[in-house]
Write a protein that binds this ligand. Structure first.
Ligand code: FE
Ligand code: FE
Ligand code: ZN
Length: 168
């Protein structure tokens, strides 16, 4: 039985997040490059830096567990980023494309928030207090990144997308 205990599930889900974070590391520079609004490009770039920290926290947790973080591919993140890629390659008005990039980015953040919320709770239940603390820090940063995207959408991006500068 592969998942005999909650500990097994905990490790399995951490591996899924490790794979997801690596995929995000590769995708964020492309999203930043595609964004037209400077604030949006900056939001993606600063989340790229945070994401490097998320990977480091996971590596720290795995080291303490004496386990390898590798060996799993997050298929959901592959799918989410594949959809994001479709948006990037689409011929679209710049403001509308920025709105689409935010929509794609928020899907990614929500997936991560769900994942980190689960492993944080598992860590608490299993008595891994240090890991729970690290996972909570990452969860907070994912939440803040999501909120930043919401703010950008509500204050600038979506507003511009309603009446594109091209004025069609
Ligand atoms: Fe992350
Ligand atoms: Fe996954
Ligand atoms: Zn994230």
């Amino acid at each position: 039985m592969k998942l005999a205990t909650l500990h097994d599930l905990y490790v399995d889900e951490l591996k899924d997040l490790y794979s997801a974070e690596h995929q995000i590391l590769k995708a964020l520079p492309k999203m930043a490059k595609t964004a037209t609004a400077p604030q949006l490009a900056k939001a993606f770039t600063s989340h790229l830096e945070e994401t490097k920290g998320h990977v480091e926290r996971l590596e720290k947790i795995f080291k303490k567990l004496g386990a390898s973080p590798k060996g799993k591919t997050c298929k959901a993140m592959e799918g989410l980023l594949e959809e994001g890629k479709e948006v990037i390659e689409e011929d679209a008005d710049p403001a509308v494309k920025d709105a689409a990039l935010i929509a794609a980015g928020q899907r990614v953040e929500h997936y991560e928030m769900a994942g980190y919320g689960c492993v944080r709770t598992f860590a608490q239940l299993l008595g891994y207090d240090d890991a729970a603390e690290l996972l909570q820090q990452t969860l907070d940063e994912e939440g803040a990144a999501d909120e930043k995207l919401t703010r950008l959408a509500e204050t600038v991006i979506n507003v511009e997308a309603v009446a594109p500068a091209g004025g069609k």
